[in-house]
Design a binder for this molecule. Structure first.
Ligand code: BG6
Length: 510
């Protein structure tokens, strides 16, 4: 559905010029997979709908199912109809877009595929004037990333008369050594500056806005350090379970699925130093420096500063929810974490001693991603009748599903005497801008086509995150955790509350 007409809005600029992307072909490996159908195709269609794609644009879908170009177009139309949440299917726009969709069947591990792909690319380049520019997008099983990159290299497709770039989905490796090895294999074909490791959280409007708020304003930065910040909480809660992804998830677990990438990237965005400019190299250098300032925990620290959880069955809202071990594809004795919480410290001058509490989990009471920055209390209680329990000053950056920022502080309640009450100053994206936020994949695809890697992760960042996460992962694999340790529909294991309580803190209930 097209977004409704909104009242006139002072922030909206109807004449804003949105440039079109350079011409190119996008080759999507895993073209009939879930990600391609749910996210990539709707994002590309939306870019077409917004007239952001140049006339010299084509998509070549690659996957094992044999399909003709026409059948692929029909499948993609069905996917866009099903998964385009807020974009009208306009016959004319779809028709023009669909003429640029092509298909090649084959297995990423089969060298013969790349000969056929090369042939198709040459035809498409001629027919669609894509200028020889190609963005290869690996939306495959992780075990297929290296074979695909090497297959492209062996067929000579890693180079050409235009640019060649490689987008790699997460997970990038399953530990530090495998991440390094994967980079080394990819680098046989693509230089690091042509490798775009995707972390879709960095493409979210509200995550990008963290940098705008921090570095576009003068009021926040002076407070953004150990002198004024008491601690930071980053929550990535999901109410869904593993949704048919039991087999993948059982191997990954919450720590690797969400903290190693998304939440650590969010943390790096919150805590990094100001970049010299908003150019890819500067911003990525600062994110990387921040991640490298996080010291991996010792075994003793892991015991007190990291908490794994796994949900058990429960009856929630009149519905019986299975435990993780009862989910399809999951080992009934699985020791996989579906919840992970950890206390991290950043060893630099700005943050030394400030706890960053990160938590994520499946089957929590609601879907919410937010960052809560808790400031130190006022040094004295000068108002009569004030108890010791003053609610803290909080700056809450809400990433999703609500998008906005709130500042919580105390105010005088009207009336005689002075009685303090917590109040909130709220900014809400929807009502302030009245504009649709592009999806993370729209932003990231546009950036990759334009050659802007600012919102993509780099080899050193991925390695730094694995260096922090791997010891925890190993410790949890060695221990025999007492799972399940939280009921579906609750806020996770009691041990996660105790972790904060030891420092006199408590998780916010978002
Ligand atoms: C993915 C994880 O990367 O991110 C999923 O593999 C998770 O398990 C998802 O559900 C969350 O993304 P979002 O954008 O819905 O918060």
């Amino acid at each position: 559905m097209l977004e409704p007409m909104l009242p006139e809005n002072p922030f909206q600029d109807p004449l804003r010029f949105e440039p079109r992307t350079p011409e190119c072909a996008i080759v999507i490996f895993g073209a009939s997979g879930d990600l391609a159908k749910r996210k990539l195709m709707p994002a590309l269609y939306r870019l077409a709908y917004d007239r952001r794609l140049s006339a010299g644009f084509a998509v070549i879908g690659v996957s094992r199912t044999p399909l003709s170009d026409e059948q692929y177009r029909e499948k993609m139309l069905a996917a866009v109809r099903e998964f385009s949440e807020d974009t009208k299917i306009d016959d004319e726009v779809w028709g023009a877009f669909a003429r640029g969709l092509f298909y090649v069947a084959g297995d990423a591990g089969d060298p013969a595929l790349y000969g056929r792909l090369g042939q198709k690319l040459a035809e498409v380049e001629q027919a669609r004037s894509t200028g020889g520019n190609v963005l290869f997008y690996l939306s495959l099983q992780p075990s297929q990333y290296a074979p695909a990159a090497l297959g492209l290299g062996a067929a000579g497709l890693g180079k050409g008369n235009g640019w060649r770039r490689l987008v790699v989905e997460k997970p990038f490796g399953h530990d530090l050594a495998s991440a390094r090895e994967l980079s080394a294999q990819i680098h046989q074909v693509f230089g690091e500056s042509d490798v775009y490791r995707i972390d879709h959280y960095l493409g979210k409007e509200t995550v990008q806005n963290i940098l705008a708020v921090r570095f576009g304003n003068g009021i926040f930065e002076p407070l953004w350090n150990r002198r004024y910040v008491n601690h930071v909480q980053i929550t990535g809660a999901e109410s869904i379970g593993v949704e048919g992804r039991g087999a993948y998830y059982q191997e990954a677990g919450a720590l690797a699925d969400m903290i190693q990438n998304h939440l650590l990237q969010v943390m790096a965005t919150i805590a990094m130093e100001p970049a010299a400019s908003f150019r890819a190299a500067s911003v990525r250098d600062e994110r990387s420096k921040l991640l490298r300032s996080m010291r991996p925990m010792t075994a003793e620290e892991i015991r007190t500063n990291a908490v794994p959880g796994q949900y058990g069955p429960a009856r929630v809202g009149g519905q019986d929810l299975p435990g993780f071990r009862q989910e399809p594809g999951v080992d009934p004795r699985s020791r996989t974490d579906t919840y992970a919480a950890a206390t991290f410290f950043v060893e630099n001058w700005r943050w030394a001693g400030v706890p960053f509490y990160l938590r994520t989990g499946k089957r929590l009471p609601k879907r919410v991603t937010e960052i809560a920055i808790q400031f130190n209390a006022a040094p004295l209680a000068i108002f009569d009748g004030e108890g010791g329990d003053r609610p803290p000053n909080l700056l809450i950056l809400r990433i999703q599903p609500e998008e906005g920022i709130s500042l919580k502080f105390l105010s005088k309640r009207p009336g005689a005497g002075i009685e303090l009450r917590p109040v909130s100053m709220d900014f809400n994206y929807g009502s302030s801008f009245g504009e649709r936020s592009p999806s993370a994949y729209e932003t990231l695809l546009l950036d990759a086509i334009a050659g802007d890697a600012t919102l993509y992760t780099r080899q050193d960042m991925v390695e730094a995150s694995w260096a922090v996460v791997e010891p925890i992962q190993n410790a949890w694999r060695e221990a025999a955790p007492d799972f399940p340790n939280y009921a579906a529909g609750t806020w996770g294991p009691a041990a996660a509350d105790e972790m904060l309580a030891r420092r006199g803190h408590a998780w916010r209930r978002p």
